[in-house]
Design a protein around this ligand. Structure first.
Ligand code: VTB
Ligand code: MG
Ligand code: MG
Length: 325
């Protein structure tokens, strides 16, 4: 039963990617996001799960689709928690920049952290550096420990950081120890994924981004055997209130979240499809004759299988796509 699910899920992210890729460079964030959300929701309808969105597009009153608490799937099958980001990187697609993806994670009911919509401080490394990170330690010490674990010179260790003022201290410390730095404008799930694959040349992802994105990232890291730590990082009183409303009281609010606090259990699934080409995934390409090509990753924690799926789609034969065009 569980075995088939991972491959089913990739059809969901493919559909979201195909729907939103049409908006590349058109300056229309909302149009791109809406198309991805609708594509994802339609594709979920035929999957045999009794799923519930735990991380989605907001509360019911904010979003008509893929809202937190929405039921997904046919209702037959495994009870699951689902975390979705149908278009991760709305400004990337709107501007025609790299690294936007359609992404989702699924686990057994109760196994994905119900994270508030606030910031989270995160650090991620791949399997070879598992155990070498400590979010409470300095940037420099983390780099030094990872360099040792990877048997690389510090000058060869590359850390990936989102281009934001709030990350200047990371850049300063990384420069001071002599590490390489790769900056990205948006999309920290894709950046964290890149850190889990040696061939991308990215060794550490670090920074403050969305907490919901942090949970989806954790699911991927679990599947890949990498390591991650997080800590909620609300930046305003309003965000602190939002955390409290979701059960993160004073004591829990600044607790260090280990991988299993973010995503736990036996069965974790992760699927992502590139929308615009990035470090790991190629973007959607439209081909002659009403066809399109997608590039995805799909993983299952129980077996540790990681698949890259290159798919050729006949858009004219896909009822969801013809409806969305
Ligand atoms: C983060 C990150 C996302 O937006 O949420 C970021 O996790 C928001 O940061 O991947 P700012 O508020 O500084 O823009 C993304 O990069 C894209 O949704
Ligand atoms: Mg999104
Ligand atoms: Mg996002």
């Amino acid at each position: 039963m569980g075995r088939n699910l991972a491959l089913e899920l990739v059809r969901v992210t493919e559909t979201a990617a195909l729907a939103s890729a049409r908006y590349m460079g058109r300056g229309d964030k909302n149009g791109a996001d809406g198309a991805a959300v609708e594509g994802m929701r339609l594709a979920f309808q035929s999957i045999d799960i009794d799923g519930e969105v735990v991380i989605g597009e907001g509360e019911l009153d904010e979003a008509p689709m893929l809202y937190i608490g929405e039921k997904l799937g046919t209702g037959k099958g495994m009870e699951t928690d689902i975390a979705v980001d149908p278009l991760e990187g709305t400004s990337l697609i709107a501007k025609g920049l790299p690294n936007s993806i359609a992404v989702l994670a699924m686990a057994e009911k109760g196994c994905l952290l119900k994270a508030p919509d606030t910031y989270m401080k995160k650090i991620v490394v791949g399997p070879e550096a598992k155990g070498a990170i400590d979010i409470t330690d300095t940037v420099a010490n983390n780099i030094l420990k990872v360099s040792k674990a990877l048997d690389k010179r510090v000058s060869e260790v590359t850390i990936m950081v989102q281009d934001r003022e709030r990350h200047q201290y990371i850049i300063d410390e990384a420069r001071a120890v002599g590490a390489r730095i790769k900056v990205f404008s948006d999309g920290d799930i894709a950046a964290a994924l890149a850190a889990c694959f040696e061939e991308t040349g990215v060794d550490i992802f670090m920074g403050i981004g969305g907490a919901p994105e942090g949970v989806i990232t954790a699911a991927a890291v679990k599947c890949l055997g990498g390591d991650m730590q997080g800590c909620l990082n609300p930046l305003s009183q309003e965000e602190i209130n939002r955390c409290k409303e979701m059960g993160f009281d004073e004591e829990k609010l600044y607790k260090i979240l280990l991988l299993d606090d973010l995503a736990k259990g036996e069965e974790i699934f992760f699927a992502a499809t590139g929308i615009t080409s990035g470090d790991l995934l190629k973007g959607v390409v439209y081909l002659k004759g009403d066809k399109a090509k997608t590039h995805s990753i799909v993983m299952r924690s129980k077996t540790g299988t990681v698949r890259f799926v290159e798919a050729y789609h006949r858009l004219d034969k896909n009822s969801i796509m013809t409806n969305l065009m």
